[in-house]
Design a protein around this ligand. Structure first.
Ligand SMILES: Cc1cc2nc3c(=O)[nH]c(=O)nc-3n(C[C@H](O)[C@H](O)[C@H](O)COP(=O)(O)OP(=O)(O)OC[C@H]3O[C@@H](n4cnc5c(N)ncnc54)[C@H](O)[C@@H]3O)c2cc1C
Length: 520
């Protein structure tokens, strides 16, 4: 029901490009700037002879500066800050489009042979600068790898190429095969299946269906040496560590994902919803914990703090919890009965679940809501920061992150909702907005992120739950991983000894010019 609605509801109100990257909102009024690069230093130029080699093996190659600017823009706030001042993020690169796995491998081999940085690019919907070629080189666009290859109806496994956009993928999966992945990131129509895996993403119904790492049965990867490896065709294994998980979340630093095998589910036709209000955010979190720990996994379990209850639902006086489930009626009704019992004991008010679910269903894929309710002056910046921690720490993390961001001069407001829940903890999705003198936007932005991450690292929380790291969170990775960081560096060195794959990202040391790229 909720999954079906995702492809039948007109979420595309003329603002998504179908089957190709959708430019970020601000780009509509922002032609390519002629100023200096804002996020690129120590550029590795691609010699004409190498461009010729690339033309010989790939579907298309683009070198025009304006085209490079337009084809590298992403949805990161840090990119928009420079671009909207006429300083393009990464104007110096060569864009290479590949249309099949052999072309991907050939492009990787050319880059490897010449020591040229290679950054994979798909929907460019990431909010971290993850696909920006901060050291120039080659940007490998994989959006032409866009077909469903096969569907195993008995095992309910779909095999799909990595560059297929989410809306087209699910439409075919639902209409032709009667199945769904249940993976509904808010940006599902402007992102690709490979991008979901590369960033370790989460959909809105993850409490029922899991995150993308729970859905991947197998994947094919072109490794940094240009060879191809295939990982996994089975539900579980005990043949050493799970190598599939190495590439899920690797953000293009370990190879190019070309194909994925995903588990799918029967399309549900039954769904129901409930909504409650709580006096405090902590009381709402406690209800979520109890629902999960009693064994219920309602697909939607979203708790909004008082600010977001007001801006998203017109209920400012409470902390609103929206609960909904879809699937076999026997299971859905049982899960909802548990939720009703738990909230009946803890909530201060019962709200109109049907009406609030209908409102959420109508608006859930509309992008850019974190800035809702604020006058957007020339120095306005809005962003989101999703994290995960155990239930025992979440109320303190919520209070302290909000306080830390709001203590940064120029902050208008920080707020949060709980969006993905587990038996042991949950994801808190913070929104931060600032309004400062225009030249101070980047300074405010980094100070707000630094302040939030100090709290997260002190509490041992995951500094990202599903957006990933990219350029934005790179400065925090070493402290966040602590004694495990050395393992991560060793894996990178083993798989990519020449360091060509997406340098400057995921907190890894890079050989091009360590630490010089402005990290937004
Ligand atoms: C408004 C909005 C809402 C969002 N909501 C959600 C949400 O609900 N849940 C969620 O998880 N995310 C969300 N995102 C973030 C974003 O959509 C995801 O991270 C998405 O998975 C990125 O996919 P993409 O195809 O756009 O990848 P890109 O942005 O093109 O790339 C992202 C990173 O993955 C790498 N990469 C991409 N494809 C491959 C590949 N085939 N092989 C190797 N590396 C690759 C790139 O090099 C880069 O490092 C949202 C973004 C926006 C703008």
């Amino acid at each position: 029901m909720i999954s079906r609605q995702t492809i039948t509801h007109p979420f595309n109100r003329g603002d998504y490009v179908v089957g190709a990257p959708t430019p970020p909102r601000w780009a509509a009024d922002c032609p390519p700037g002629a100023g200096e690069a804002s996020l690129q230093t120590a550029v590795v130029e691609v010699p004409d002879t190498v461009v010729a080699e690339l033309r010989a093996v790939a579907a298309a190659v683009h070198t025009d500066r304006d085209e490079v600017i337009l084809r590298t823009r992403d949805w990161w706030a840090g990119t928009s800050i420079g671009e909207t001042d006429g300083n393009p993020a990464t104007p110096d690169a060569v864009i290479v489009e590949a249309s099949d796995e052999e072309q991907v491998a050939a492009v990787v081999r050319v880059c490897r042979a010449h020591g040229i940085p290679l950054t994979v690019s798909a929907g460019r919907s990431n909010v971290l600068g993850a696909a920006l070629p901060v050291f120039g080189g080659v940007v490998l666009d994989v959006c032409r790898l866009n077909q469903i290859i096969s569907f195993d109806a008995e095992s309910m496994i779909v095999e799909v190429q990595a560059g297929m956009f989410g809306d087209l993928f699910e439409k075919e999966l639902q209409e032709v095969h009667g199945a769904t992945t249940g993976h509904w990131p808010s940006a599902f129509a402007i992102s690709t299946v490979g991008g979901w895996a590369a960033c370790r993403g989460a959909g809105q119904l993850s409490t029922r269906y899991g995150k993308i790492e729970d859905m991947v049965v197998g994947l094919d990867v072109v490794l940094p040496d240009g060879s191809t490896a295939s990982y996994g065709t089975y539900p579980r294994a005990a043949v050493g560590p799970d190598l599939r998980q190495l590439f899920i979340g690797s953000e293009g630093t370990l190879g190019v994902i070309t194909r994925l095998r995903l588990r799918t589910h029967r399309l549900p036709s039954y769904a129901t919803g409930l909504a409650y209000g709580f006096d405090t955010f902590a009381a709402g979190l406690d209800a979520c914990r109890e629902i999960l720990q009693r064994g219920a996994t309602p697909a939607v379990l979203r708790l909004y703090d008082a600010h977001e209850s007001g801006t998203h639902f017109g209920e400012p006086g409470t902390n609103l919890l929206l609960i909904a489930d879809e699937g076999d009626p026997a299971l859905v009704d049982a899960a909802m009965a548990v939720a009703e019992e738990v909230c009946g004991e803890r909530a201060s008010v019962t709200l109109d679940g049907d009406a609030l679910l209908a409102r959420w269903l109508d608006e859930r894929m509309i992008v850019g809501k974190s800035g809702d309710g604020f006058a957007k002056g020339p120095g306005f910046v809005a962003d989101t920061c999703e994290i995960a921690g155990p239930w025992s720490s979440l109320p303190a993390i919520y209070d302290e992150v909000v306080a830390a961001i709001e203590a940064v001069p120029g902050t208008l407001r920080a707020s949060a909702h709980q969006s993905h829940a587990y038996t042991d903890g949950a994801c808190l999705y913070f929104s931060l907005r600032g309004d400062v003198e225009r030249p101070r936007r980047r300074e405010w932005y980094r100070a707000a992120w630094d302040a939030a991450n100090e709290v997260l690292i002190r509490h041992g929380a995951a500094i990202s739950h599903h957006h990933g790291v990219g350029l934005l969170r790179s400065p925090y990775v070493e402290r966040s991983l602590g004694s495990g960081f050395g393992t991560w560096v060793a894996i990178k060195q083993a798989l990519d000894p020449t360091g060509i794959m997406n340098p400057g990202k995921l907190g890894l040391p890079d050989r091009f010019k360590a630490g010089t790229a402005d990290q937004g």
